[in-house]
Design a protein around this ligand. Structure first.
Ligand SMILES: NC(=O)c1ccc[n+]([C@@H]2O[C@H](COP(=O)([O-])OP(=O)(O)OC[C@H]3O[C@@H](n4cnc5c(N)ncnc54)[C@H](O)[C@@H]3O)[C@@H](O)[C@H]2O)c1
Length: 248
């Protein structure tokens, strides 16, 4: 129970990495705001957490809308009195070839994956400042490290942007004891990876030293340490969580 009575927001928490992270933070004693654009599926995650004895509530939000992320922070503070932890996890990765990318999709991918991180972190940090404590974890990708494969050019650029923003915001908020780090997962067995053809998955797995895809809970276990109050001297860092496929 290393996070007893800490208050956390996890975005994109209805499924995949976000759902696993919300459950793990709750297992460790945090009150968890399960936030997603898909409120119905998010409610099932809240029910699972509470059935297991954890504390969670459903806070629907489209992270691409700055007004909604500001309202999200206000609602969470109204419910639990403060905010300690933010996991910027929501993301989309439509597989669109370079030749077929439209301006509308370019903007949508950028807004969901990157603009959201700026505006939600800023709103969260204002709440965290009042307690002089904060932990933010941004979910990037190996694509942000090395560029995209499988028609993920724009996605990977947004994930590189998230890594840069992690460093800038880590510097900016360090004086308030708000520590901001990123994780960069390789391929994880979630809905996001489902659209890759079997042959593409097999080719990828062959390049991974651990010879498999990750499970969402394995990424959650890399996010948890970056949320702990005992993690006091790491900020602006990126933890590569990829089975060894990219070693920086
Ligand atoms: N799956 C992978 O291989 C992989 C690899 C590296 C990084 N990631 C990153 O991990 C994060 C989680 O991805 P996942 O694999 O669990 O995918 P997922 O599709 O299973 O889950 C993503 C969640 O984000 C939500 N979401 C989408 N748009 C949103 C919006 N505008 N506002 C709020 N919520 C929104 C979805 O409803 C969904 O519940 C993403 O940022 C993704 O880029 C995934």
């Amino acid at each position: 129970m290393q996070l007893l009575n800490r208050v956390a927001i996890v975005t994109g928490a209805a499924r995949g990495i976000g759902a696993a992270t919300a459950a793990l933070l709750a297992e460790n004693g945090a009150h968890v705001a399960v936030s997603d654009i898909d409120a119905e599926v998010a409610e099932a995650v809240v029910q699972q957490i509470t059935a297991a004895g954890g504390s969670a509530a459903n806070f629907p939000c489209d992270v691409s809308k700055p007004a909604q992320v500001e309202a999200l922070v206000a609602q969470v503070v109204a419910q639990w009195g403060k905010l300690d932890i933010l996991v910027n996890n929501a993301g989309i990765c439509p597989r669109i070839p370079v030749e077929e990318m439209t301006e509308e999709w370019f903007d949508r991918i950028t807004n969901v994956n990157m603009k959201s991180v700026f505006f939600l972190t800023r709103a969260a940090a204002e709440a965290m400042k009042t307690n002089g404590f904060g932990r933010v974890v941004n979910v990037s990708s190996t694509g942000g490290r090395v560029g995209g494969v499988h028609n993920a050019t724009v996605y990977s650029a947004t994930k590189a942007g998230v890594l840069s923003m992690t460093k800038s915001l880590a510097r900016h908020y360090a004086p308030f004891n708000i520590l901001i780090n990123a994780v960069a997962p390789g391929a994880v067995d979630t809905r996001m990876f489902e659209s890759i053809p079997a042959e593409g998955v097999a080719n990828y797995v062959a390049t991974v030293p651990l010879k498999r895809l990750a499970q969402p809970v394995e990424i959650a276990h890399s996010i948890l340490p970056l949320c702990l109050p005992t993690m006091t001297w790491v900020t602006g860092a990126t933890l590569d969580v990829n089975g060894g496929v990219v070693m920086m």
